[in-house]
Ligand binder design. Sequence first.
Ligand SMILES: NC(=O)c1ccc[n+]([C@@H]2O[C@H](COP(=O)([O-])OP(=O)(O)OC[C@H]3O[C@@H](n4cnc5c(N)ncnc54)[C@H](OP(=O)(O)O)[C@@H]3O)[C@@H](O)[C@H]2O)c1
Length: 923
Amino acid sequence: MGIVNSSMLTQLFPPKPAFTEKSIPDLQGKVYIVTGSNTGVGKELARLLYSRNGRVYIAARSEAKALSAIEDIERSAPRSKGALRFLRLDLADLATIKATVEEFTGRESRLHVLFNNAGVMYAGADRTAQGHEMHLGVNVLGTFLLTKLLTPTLAATARAEQEEEEEEEGEEERGTAGAAVRVVWVASQAAEMFAARSVGMPMDDPDCSATERAPLDRYGLSKVGNWAHAAEYAKRVGRREGIVSVALNPGNLASELYREQRGLFRLLARMITYPCVNGAYTELFAGLSPEVTMGRTGGLDWVIPFGRIQPIRKDLMDAIKSEAEGGTDGNAKFWDWTEEQVRPDLLYQHFTLPQRKFQTPETVMSHMNVTRFGSSAFRRARATSRSTQGSRRRLGGNFRRSAASGTRTIADAARCKTPDAVQRANPADEVQIGGARLAITASQTRIPPSLRSLSDSPLQFKSEPTPTITRASLTTLTFVHSYECPPIQPLLKAENLDRGHAQTARTMKRKRISFATQLACLALVALTLYFSRRQLAQLPRPSLLSGNSNETPAGSNNGALSQGSLEAYVKAIMEPGDKELPRMECPQLSISRYNHLKPSVPIRDPEIPYFFALDLRDCLNILPRLIGSVVEVIRFLGPERCALSIVEGHSPDGTGEVLQALKTELDILPTTYYFQSTDIDPTHGDRIAKLATLRNMALQPMLLHPKSFSADTTVVFINDVAICPEDILELLHQRRHLDADMTCAFDWTYVGRDPTFYDVWVARGMNGDSFFEVPADGSWDSAWNLFWNDPEAQSRYSSHRPFQAFSCWNGAAAFTAAPIVEKKVAFRGPREGECGQGEPQLFCKDLWFNGYGRIAVVPAVSLGYSDATGKQIKDAKGYTSQWVGQDGQVDDTIEWQHEPPERIKCMPAWENQHWQLWNETLR
Ligand SMILES: NC(=O)c1ccc[n+]([C@@H]2O[C@H](COP(=O)([O-])OP(=O)(O)OC[C@H]3O[C@@H](n4cnc5c(N)ncnc54)[C@H](OP(=O)(O)O)[C@@H]3O)[C@@H](O)[C@H]2O)c1
């Protein structure tokens, strides 16, 4: 069987998702469970459903992780009318799943879609609580049992939905409409790769009890199991109950799934993975798209990245069909086997001894192989033996055949009987096994605590058909000295078993090699692209600056910087850890605080949510910190979701050269980079008008590319300040958290004992006054006395809480692009009769005039205008992370005033201060 099929490439490199949250209706009143949604793809899916007002159960094993995810999702969709609820779920312990379902059904009577998303790719050898191989146990058995127990709720929901639909639309035949209730089984491309030809799940030792398989094989097989269950569920349950059952491959995604894999594997995976939200779109499509109907699923078709329906590998049709229909009944056999593993009487008994397919004692002897399976067998046996009364037990362990001998161990004994008999057994009972009578009698032999002693407990054969296994009490498992394995029907003869295992091993090896080859090829392509990036970057391509006569910077190629220096600056900017050039040190980013800012839109969505704008001149020294931080933030938010626009001019120090040279690197990131150089010199002539022109030039690409930027875009405009990544992200965070139209930092100068607030020229409080009083003689002696006449602002400022202002800029600001793209607001100089107060203040005034008056200052963000002063300021005023995001700290809100102050203080010159109507010249 070849593991490559024709759709492999399109699954690896899928087109962009077409079915997104914008494609779905309001989900108010709909209930969803997403398993494993505290992280990765599941979390992104929960975010999508919640953003459309769905009620989403975050089913996870860790409450702390789930609550943190809930907080994060809630923050990203503050206007949602949906709900997010934690549901405790541990798929690695089958006996706990009933409680999970009871918890859910105690709170909800309906369930619209069960997204079976949780999964592990596990490198270790630990087994689940019931002793199953971890992938099989979590990805398949736990998932199966959860689905099974939730099926009555799903079926009731399907009936209710159908009835409601029929009431609304009149008589309609059951099952023809709706498809509203679904079970989505998240498999993987590995399902097609690892499925046995025509059979699907290979049934020789699915639990890897006697077969050693590499972790990747075990993961792959578990995903085959997901597909098989989806198909069989559709057949057995779905059609009858009106529940659509669909399997999918979510795509290759940059989630935590690969966390346990080796470095090289993770590296390779990184090269071919997409942001998790894309996988969430695949699941969203499977769960909600009207294209997914009862007729189009059931295993024949499945869903591939990032939301398309495609037929499954052709030969797997045989696994779906029964033998009577000419198929192999592969899925049905696996389903039956699964049912056996999750039988409640096995799960909730104190002793559960699984049915094993094993040879008769006459043909093969076996014993525990402690040496070969080492610690895993030990752990498993220990987990088995440490149970006390009321806990679950299971005997088992890996074993291998040995030369015939007259002894058997207790573990072998366990394999020689049917669970039917054993689970009913009580101490001193006698049970019937096959043709033999099994006497459960008291014995003196306690199960020893360690596997070695466990394996050392010999059980002798007896010729008479009365084998005896003893349980003396529920806390102590004991065996008598002898028994005879009953004549159970061997599934395979010894030689067939040998051959079967050998064949499986060969097939698995082939699949592994093939899988590894494909990964290696992909890696090779990726590495080639990576190492030739510089050459690639030189290739002609549609230029972001095409047609712009100012493309070549005035300062470029003027020899200001040697090639070595140029490269050093570029390297310092691109590599946050670079130490060659000096820069202000910044704290480590708090990822959890800012994760919600990462856009949840697909990679190829043309819209760019973040637009960074800078006007720079002659500020080479600050570039490593300033642009380095911007690049770090861009990397964090997703390079393809950000654009950077820099306007530079009059920089004899080589600033322009460095910024020009950055283009290659930013293209590779890949971030949209607009770079312009200009001769406009604001130090001569009408300063405010020129500064306004420069700012508008930086914003111009937004207006030139309306497909990429919209009212939803956030602009981050930064002066030539020493800024840390956390400063930028805090401004973005507060803009979202406060629902602000604009947030500004605090900029400072004159660092002494009392640093001085710098932007007094522009900033005005909600009382219309400047932040500190400047008398007519121009003295800044009162600069320490901030908000001297505004107690509310003063109190919030001193406790580092954001507060509303009429206008601000203060070195850096984050604001909505809506007024720029929709209302044609732009930076401008003062009109006739208008206070000439600086283009940012006029910009804020125009924001108010257009209804964007939620402008806030964020005092936790302190900025200086060089690396040295930046550090001094931060030492004096504190780094942003010192004031925000502490454990237990709740972010503040602002009670927005919707009316601006009636009058604003105008200070065109210190000696000419007067008050002017806030909307002077705009009325
Ligand atoms: N990422 C890919 O490239 C890729 C490709 C194909 C298929 N898939 C499938 O996509 C699904 C989502 O995976 P992902 O990529 O988002 O990986 P992930 O980031 O590792 O997320 C897996 C989720 O499953 C949960 N989980 C693990 N063991 C569990 C257990 N015993 N009980 C309950 N929950 C458990 C994890 O919880 P913890 O955080 O507590 O561990 C986590 O929430 C998986 O089924 C995976 O097999 C992923």
